[in-house]
Design a protein around this ligand. Structure first.
Ligand code: FAD
Length: 400
């Protein structure tokens, strides 16, 4: 009997955890498992605001795939996925192609620009390891330039975060913590630096508990962050952002964090999608396909209680990985009665830089040091789930 060919594309929270689970549940004779990823490392996407702001060494966020994966059971291919040809059951890579019997699409997300002109040209949009390095290097260079130019113009040390969702707030939290150190290192007077968060919605952290939002905004304001709420960005230019009736906030550093859409490979491959995300069946397969699972940020699932999509999170991606792996094992054994995916939301915690955070765990609101402790526990747990105690100890956030 031919072994089933299982191909997993993308080694983020969804893909890595699917590969690890399958490698534990399936024997050598049952299937050949292949994981494809652009790089030979997995990175903790949920940590990227830290290296981007320069408060963490980027290397700390990455884990070599071969250090975690049982490469006797999973064949790793470092390549870029260009397209999926579902009719031919093939994944087209930059350097070749792969055939599959079962495919797991877990390629993550890309920036949502809402068609606003100038975003891709003038803003930092890439929440990847290399994208984070680029933001950090640029911020340092702006500070270094200050005392080496006769033109100490307004935009030089004005930093704008577009979007006051989780990513934007976590990033400005880190950056606002680092500003005093940057000012000291580069001999820059603190009052020359301006930090803005520009948000189109009527509140920061839309949908989050108002009391926690107030705590977070007050804290960030005390560090000098200026919020422009209810202020849609109309255009991004080489000199700043245009808001409202044409007012320009001058800045040479615009960090884009207004939300995400599914990886472009989804739409390119002809899957029916909503903002690049496939509204998956309860068993996590793409509608109309019995051999293609879509998980993580590429998948859309509805929270029936409020009739709105669940926000794409690592928490959900990891849970989907488990259901997806179980369902592939069942299908491969010729079984039916696949598991339906139901997210189990344990809580949400946003870091605010330093020892500060806000969040909800269960139904309890948490602030400050308690929330910061929980955030580290959550980050360490993700490492533990992926690579056991050794990985958690090697890369985890200690002391708690
Ligand atoms: P990812 O983890 O993004 O992985 C996708 C993988 O696919 C990457 O390895 C990438 O290199 C690879 N890839 C992409 N395109 C290709 C291609 N064409 N070919 C080959 N490989 C490719 N969620 C939470 O639950 N809690 C948080 O606190 C939280 N904080 C966040 C903070 C920040 C700064 C950001 C950016 C996100 C945060 N999130 C958080 C969201 C969370 O990171 C995502 O929901 C999660 O990473 C999605 O997992 P995924 O497996 O779908 O994609």
């Amino acid at each position: 009997m031919n072994k089933a060919k299982i191909v997993i594309v993308g080694a983020g929270y969804g893909g890595m955890n699917t590969a690890v689970t399958l490698s534990k549940k399936m024997g050598h004779n049952e299937a050949s498992i292949t994981l494809v990823n652009k790089h030979d490392y997995h990175y903790q996407t949920t940590w990227l605001h830290e290296p981007a702001a320069g408060t963490m060494d980027p290397d700390r966020t990455r884990v070599k795939i071969s250090d975690v994966l049982n490469t006797n059971k999973v064949n790793f291919v470092q390549d870029e996925v260009l397209e999926i040809k579902t009719e031919d059951k093939k994944v087209i890579l930059k350097e070749g192609e792969l055939e599959y019997d079962y495919l797991v699409v877990s390629l993550g997300a890309t920036a949502e620009t809402f068609g606003i002109p100038g975003v891709h040209e003038h803003a930092f949009t890439k929440w990847t390891l290399n994208g984070a390095r680029q933001v950090k290097d640029h911020i340092d260079a702006q500070f270094a330039n200050y005392n080496n130019t006769d033109d100490q113009h307004e935009g030089l040390l004005t930093f704008i975060v577009a979007g006051a969702g989780f990513t934007g707030i976590e990033f400005i939290g880190e950056l606002s913590e680092r500003i005093p150190e940057l000012c000291k290192t580069y001999d820059v007077p603190r009052e020359k630096v301006r930090l803005f968060v520009v948000e189109a919605a009527p509140s920061a952290l839309p949908g989050f508990d108002p009391e926690l939002v107030e705590y977070g905004m007050n804290l960030l304001e005390s560090r000098g962050v200026e919020f422009k709420i209810n202020t849609p960005i109309k255009e991004v230019t080489s000199t700043g952002v245009i808001v409202g009736e044409g007012e320009e906030i001058k800045s040479e550093t615009i960090v884009w964090a207004t939300g995400v859409r599914g990886n472009p490979v989804i739409e390119k491959s002809g899957f029916e999608a909503n903002r690049g995300r496939v509204k998956v069946d309860p068993d996590l397969r793409a509608p109309g396909y019995d051999d293609v699972f879509v998980i993580g940020d590429c998948a859309l699932i509805i929270n029936e209680e409020i009739n709105r999509p669940y926000p794409p999170t690592a928490q959900i991606a990891m849970q989907m990985a488990k259901t997806c792996a179980n369902n592939i094992v069942t299908l491969n054994k010729g079984g039916s009665g696949l598991e339906s995916f139901k997210p189990d939301i344990k809580g949400t915690v946003a870091s605010l830089g330093g020892k500060e955070a806000i969040g909800v765990v269960g139904s309890k609101k948490i602030y400050g040091g308690t929330a910061n402790f929980m955030k580290k526990m959550i980050d360490n747990r993700a490492l533990f789930v992926l690579g056991g105690p050794m990985l958690a100890l090697k890369k985890g956030k200690f002391p708690l």
